[in-house]
Design a protein around this ligand. Structure first.
Ligand code: UT7
Length: 321
């Protein structure tokens, strides 16, 4: 059978670091409130010259170098973002051109904070079907551009960044190798709990992010625990066999509550929300890259990716490194 194997990863952050204390100078908030309610201590905010595609390109270049693969050997780019450089064409095509692998398949996936899970599932399916051999799966966002900086209930929660992984198709007899099992879900009935109040077809503006945080929180813990359970069952593994959980980094309290619900050792949960805040589709590959590069996630480890976001959309994927 053909399976998708992770060969490398990379990430990129804007140069401009903004602490909670700096935000408190502009908005009616405090470092104490943000840390206590979310675990966030700082975030990176893109400057004028930095866009979703420039951050994505940097992350992809690092993933290529990490894997020792030449850009011209990439035949698929799937980029998850809710903050594309332009309404069209896909930001993935800009990244493709910047990398110099023109001609390969390149498109964006829109599933907001679950975007990386949707992108990974899409690329994995295309690799398994033989349509492509080597793929860059990227999550990249500049959420700072869609935040209402007057709304303290949302603007303190998000940051900008990008993460990328390189996956390669390879024949194997081992059903527990590479990307083992993925489950995705969506529920359009929850639109109004987390959305952007603009868009080309409605207001002809970009709009601003709107969120009913408390309700999203409640749904997140339930949906994430459920989908993780589905993946574990489908893969035929136990929770104890998972070496690392790499969750979407929205709120430290969501990470803790989900781990508690499933009986996952908190030591196995990768946490970067304190450093990056919520970077939407970028948060899972960013956190993964941090934990791979600092030596925690190693070859052979069983890693669970999971995310939940606007739509709602949510999903989880079990991957052996
Ligand atoms: O990535 C997609 C998924 N997104 C999420 O998963 C986000 C999920 N939700 C959350 O993380 C949390 O619900 C929040 C961090 C957004 C909010 O935390 P909370 O504990 O649910 O607080 P709350 O919304 O119930 O607000 C509590 C109080 C309110 O004051 P009152 O009404 O109790 O007087 C808010 O006005 O905190 C106030 N507040 C703030 N105070 C200082 C809200 N934002 C701020 C702020 N600084 N930035």
């Amino acid at each position: 059978m053909i399976r998708s194997f992770v060969r490398g990863s990379g990430s990129a952050l804007p140069a401009n670091l903004v602490t909670n204390a700096q935000l408190a100078d502009q908005v009616d908030t405090s470092d104490e409130w943000i840390v206590e309610r979310t675990g966030i201590k700082q975030r990176y905010i893109a400057d004028e010259g930095e866009t979703t595609s420039t951050l994505a390109t940097q992350a992809a270049q690092k993933a290529l170098a990490d894997a020792g693969v030449d850009a011209k050997d990439i035949d698929l780019i799937v980029l998850a973002t809710a903050t594309p450089d332009n309404t069209f064409p896909a930001t993935a095509t800009k990244v493709q051109h910047a990398l110099g692998c023109n001609g390969c398949i390149a498109f964006d996936v829109a599933a907001v904070c679950s975007g990386f899970l949707y992108a990974l599932a899409t690329a994995d399916s295309m690799l398994r079907s033989g349509m492509a051999k080597r793929a860059l799966v990227i999550g990249a966002e500049t959420f700072s551009r869609i935040l209402d900086w007057e709304d303290r209930t949302t603007c303190v929660l998000f940051g900008d960044g990008a993460g990328a992984i390189l996956i390669e198709a390879e024949e194997t007899d081992d059903p527990a190798a590479g990307v083992i099992s993925t489950k995705l879900h969506a529920d359009g009935a929850q639109h109004d709990l987390l959305y952007v109040d603009g868009g080309p077809s409605t207001t002809q503006t970009v709009g601003h992010l709107r969120m009913k945080g408390r309700e999203v929180f409640r749904h997140a813990v339930v949906n994430l625990a459920e989908v993780l359970g589905e993946v574990v069952e489908n893969a035929g593994v136990s929770i104890e066999q998972i070496d690392w959980v790499v969750p979407h980094q929205a709120n430290k309290r969501i990470l803790d509550a989900t781990a508690r619900k499933l009986g996952i050792d908190p030591e196995k949960v990768i946490v970067t929300v304190d450093q990056h805040a919520n970077t939407s589709a970028a948060s899972v590959p960013l956190a993964f890259d941090v934990a791979r590069k600092d030596g925690r996630i190693k070859s052979g480890d069983m890693v669970m990716f999971e995310a939940m976001g606007g739509g709602f959309t949510w999903g989880a994927s079990l991957v052996q490194m």
